[in-house]
Design a protein around this ligand. Structure first.
Ligand code: MG
Length: 102
């Protein structure tokens, strides 16, 4: 069952409140975010299982959602705004074959 980013954020907030970990300090969330980015790097460097890597990536996303919650940011809306902004950026050269970029 697919969920929107907003629904994931609501799920996270409900769990954090119920378990007493609702974020109040942005510095704590930022430290956790940095720590989890390091764990993703470690998972890649050590060629850990796809499951382990995916869980570390979720930890990063989780803390990004915590920061968004703390700063009252709608990440889903912001994602679309940023995507639209990127779409309007001029390109240095025309891309004719997207397989060149994969
Ligand atoms: Mg982790």
């Amino acid at each position: 069952m697919a969920k929107t980013i907003k629904e994931l954020q609501e799920l996270m907030v409900e769990q954090l409140k119920r378990r007493g970990f609702y974020p109040k300090d942005d510095k704590e969330v930022l430290l956790r975010l940095g720590e989890e980015v390091g764990e993703v790097m470690e998972a890649v460097r050590e060629n850990q299982s796809k499951t382990d890597l995916s869980h570390e990536m979720v930890d990063v996303f989780w803390n990004l959602l915590r920061l968004a919650e703390l700063k009252d940011i709608d990440l889903e809306k912001a994602f679309i705004e940023k995507w639209e902004k990127n779409e309007k950026r001029p390109l240095d050269k025309e891309v004719t074959d997207i397989s060149e970029n994969s």
